[in-house]
Design a protein around this ligand. Sequence first.
Ligand code: HDE
Length: 690
Amino acid sequence: MDKTDPKTNPGNGGETHQQATGKTSTLTTQQGGPIADDQNSLKAGARGPGLIEDHILREKLFHFDHERIPERVVHARGFGAHGYFETTESLEDVTSADIFQRKGERTPAFVRFSTVAGSKGSADLARDVRGFAVKLYTKEGNWDIVGNNIPVFFIQDAIKFPDLVHSVKEEPDRGFPQAQSAHDNFWDFATLMPESMHMLMWQMSDRTIPRSFRFMEGFGVHSFRLVDKDGKSQFVKFHWKPKQGMQSVLWDEALKINGADPDFHRRDLWNAINQGDYPEWELGLQIFDDEFAEKFEFDVLDATKLIPEEQVPIRIVGRLVLDRVVSNFFAETEQVAFCTQNIVKGIDHSNDPLLQGRNFSYLDTQLKRLGGPNFTQIPINAPKCPMHHFQQDGHMAMSNPTGRANYEPNSWGEEEGGPREDPARGFESYPEDVSGPKVRERSETFADHYSQARQFYISQTDTEQQHIINAFAFELSKVKTPVIRERMVSHLLNVDKQLAEKVAEKLGINPLPKPADAAMPTRDDLPVSDKLSILKNGPDSFKGRKVGVLMTDGFDADIFKSLEKSLKAEGAMFEVVAPHSGEIKSSTGDMVKVDEKVDGGPSVLFDAIVILPGSDGVKMLAEMPPALTFVSDAFNHKKFIGYADDAMPLLKKAGISEMLDEGCLQLTNTKTTDEFTQNCRDIRFWQRAG
Ligand code: HDE
């Protein structure tokens, strides 16, 4: 199947769309009239004024003028892909949701990953939460799990969402900074909202600078409900676990990647899928009953808290595979409309006040963004199961009912009367017993803002803790108002004293402020949860990763071939980086295609590097600043480095020849290239100082 052919790509609605099929067809107006000249507008004389009767020009400009729709108010920058969800275990015992009944059944899916704060054109490597929104086209209606790559959220009540988003976006008077939380307004708001402390720890961790969408987890965040066929209900939290393992970049890399390739994440997903290396996630459920919810230390309705996997283990029930890129970015990624209220029978909402607010917001925002109530008819949003209802008309109504009946009940009989309710199949809300006074109040069970923040911190490796310290110090160094910086340090004192001291030191805050007043004091240490760390859950192979091989004419053909073989066997990729584009010639005269010219292919774009120059070429490289940075950056970013003997002059000039450690391996033969590939499975040589 041609994946880019709209005819064969249902997400784009291409089945009925006659434009751009790839065949040479006659250019027409929107009315279908063939166009003879698309180069010149109609004028009174070749140098005369334009004529308003030029319907071809007017139609073209009219359409162009209206090409843009409002970008999403948050999560504007995103990238989507198609795939499927496969049920690997029947959940008949806990839910009547049709999608979970039959082991082995596949359900079509569309996933959109995103950053939150930046505009549509912002860079991929912003330090930011990532959206992980999944649309499942089930046989009993669309189910959207609109999640993030972090299991908790900043706020507890939807009423604070506009404030949160205003504070993190560009400051309104100046219109900057773009796609960054490192500014006064964000930290002012966050430090005045102690409930954000747990999320801030995640946000300052490497979770917010993932190496790729493929290497991050996804979470439904809220507690939802599962309801079985007898109406019995339990709570559930949804987790997406990447089969590829987790991996993040370093902050210095993120900054440089944004310059070198602002599309790094979307390009990565696009390339992986097009190369047949389909990313895959397991769906894990944390299922717990009301009794557990009662006795758990925190409120399961509080979205700033998680339930450690050690406490409620994850049950893997399915897998999500992304195997098809979009064929039209606008039609699919831009027009897809996720709504938390898109749920199916057998699944229900909980009373989480954040979720309750979301259920209003998503539908509402789509109306503004997509222009009318019929956005559900856009192919990417339309269910793939039969649907019949009496909703009608409105802007851009595309699928219109026929016949006389547009209401029910009616007297027009089975054939003519249209669809009817089906109590056996239809959605039913879990009949939870609820009563209480109408109040604007926050439950006291939501009051502990620090204990899980601390649990997160103490569950990290030393390296990860250091990254968190650095991230806080970096972000707060961009905050110009001293009292805001100090307020954050006063909160950190309630999380971890050493963390607070180290951040304070980097910010030049001396003496330390008093710890922030806490609605509830931090509890005695909660147990370390290894699942909260990225490094403790790294990949077990180098599959799907990419090596940058810096080469020149005269490179050693045998080493290159054996490296190529070894990386291929691992499922890893490589790109050839050279002083010039085109091709380079090996020691034995073989030609190899160059992927990147060295100044366009810095080492931050790769997971590991190999330096394989010819003995003459290395002298040229040693005089090229981008080649020197290629090497020194990789070293400083603790990447694995493979090098041929001929590379020494470059390593010397880059200042690392005296510091070569076990993360740097000289490549001489097949055995060493295999060893190099195996080393790369650790992704970084963290022992390297600095
Ligand atoms: Fe969203 N969020 N959100 N959010 N959110 C939107 O919907 C909102 C929240 C998330 O790729 C908007 O279609 C409120 C949590 C993702 O298209 C908007 C609250 C989580 C996406 C909206 C939250 C998310 C959005 C903007 C607090 C993780 C991108 C455009 C009550 C569980 C979906 C749009 C995509 C998008 C509202 C909090 C995830 C305005 C009011 C918590 C992944 O409706």
